[in-house]
Write a new protein. Sequence first.
Length: 123
Amino acid sequence: MIPLSPRELKRTLKKLGINVEELSNVKLVILETDNSEIIIEEPHVIVFVSQGQKVYQVIGKSEKIIEKKEGIEVSQVSFSEDDINFVIQHGGVDRETAINVLREADGDIAKALVIIEERKKSS
């Protein structure tokens, strides 16, 4: 496959009858199923339009999964291995503690580090 710049790709797809447009300023995408919600924060969204149909491509860095169980919502947060290693290194904690604190902080690294520091002060 010949590598194309975004501009060339857009031009080539247009020749094939596919219009490409990027949605700007998208803050959140929520995918809702019967038993869970997937929340993608700060996504990059591209819309492909062909023959009157739209296809949305969503690319996100972080996601939050909320499972619904009999009217009760249980939150699951996902974070990367890099996030865990960052908290281990800068918080001076072991892996298990880093993961637990990241869950408690809903995946927010800065909040996780603040929680670790507060616990160290109160110990």
